[in-house]
Every structure is written in structure tokens, then in C-alpha cells.
Design a protein around this ligand. Structure first.
Ligand SMILES: [Zn+2]
Length: 173
């Protein structure tokens, strides 16, 4: 069961409380991400755990999962992108020392309450491919190859070539 996520969080407080967050965001609240999608049907799922380690380091970690309808830059048809992003941030309050923290750790200095939605959106934007593409050989069939468009191996959910509709129209004439 996925609950409603808070819009604004205080990661430090959540870590001190040992809280977890689990829920979904719709794309409606993520304008930058929505611009890259063909529709707003995509869903973003968030599962985060906040804790304080034995070394007194506050940590936020979890998984951001998304299923987004992007446009393949090779065939210009819909290409569904599934993403599972494992995220782990060490949380510091302003002025807290980084001494002793692992060099490679991602650190979030929490100076004010954080927009969870914007933070999740940032993570997704960073992980999105610059030029989304179907895997090799999975592009929608070219418009000239109508027979291939009916290939049963083709993804039944993928829209047929943009010209198949034209062919139907012509037949009706
Ligand atoms: Zn393609």
C-alpha cells in the first residue's frame, strides 16, 4: 500500500526519529520531468529510510522507481523508461563537520526543510538518458514496412507507424 508523501520534509528530524517514507508522486507536480514525457501517466514511487548510524551520522537511503513514457529519439515512438535509482545521502546540518565521512559519499547539507518532490525529481532528471532510445532492434517499424508493423513480435502496446492510419483512410476511399 502506497501512502501520500509529504510535500516538504525535514530530513534531519526524520533521521533522528528513524522514520520511513513510502508513497507515490504523480507527474503533475514535476513540471521539469513532465516536459520530457509524452503524457502524465508516469508514476514515481519513493521508498526512503532515514536513520542515525552508530557513528552518529544521519543517513537517508532508499529507492526511487519510475515508469515514464519518453520519446525514442531514433523512431520517435513511445519508449517506456523504467528506472530504479538507489539513493544514499549523508545528511549534515549547517556547520557540521565532514571529517571522518567517506570521501565518495553524497552529502546533503540541510539548511532548511526540503521539498521531497523536487528532490526526487532532481534524482530522476540526473538519471534519465540524455537521448532516450529503444534498445537495438526494438524501434517501431519504419513507415515503409507495413508488413513489419503487423509483426506479432512487435510490442502490442507500441503504437503502429504513424502512417498506418493513412493507409486505412486510403482504403476507405
Ligand atoms: Zn525507437
Amino acid at each position: 500500500m502506497f501512502g501520500v508523501l509529504p510535500a516538504i520534509i525535514d530530513p534531519i528530524q526524520l533521521a533522528d526519529d528513524g522514520s520511513s517514507l513510502e508513497g507515490e508522486f504523480s507527474l503533475d507536480g514535476m513540471s521539469r520531468l513532465r516536459e520530457m514525457c509524452r503524457n502524465t501517466e508516469g508514476r514515481v514511487r519513493v521508498r526512503l529510510r532515514f536513520e542515525c548510524t552508530a557513528q552518529k551520522v544521519r543517513v537517508m537511503q532508499g529507492v526511487i522507481s519510475a515508469r515514464l513514457d519518453l520519446t525514442c529519439q531514433r523512431c520517435l515512438q513511445a519508449a517506456t523508461q523504467e528506472m530504479d535509482i538507489a539513493t544514499r545521502l549523508l545528511l549534515l546540518r549547517p556547520g557540521e563537520s565532514r571529517t571522518g565521512l567517506p570521501e565518495e559519499a553524497d552529502i546533503l547539507e540541510v539548511t532548511a526543510p526540503v521539498s521531497l518532490c523536487a528532490m526526487v525529481e532532481d534524482e530522476l532528471l540526473l538519471a534519465l538518458p540524455m537521448t532516450p532510445r529503444h534498445s537495438e532492434g526494438e524501434c517501431a517499424p519504419a513507415a515503409i514496412s507495413v508488413s513489419r508493423a503487423r509483426d506479432p513480435r512487435a510490442d502490442p502496446k507500441a503504437p503502429a507507424s504513424p502512417f498506418s492510419g493513412l493507409a486505412d483512410l486510403k482504403r476507405k476511399e
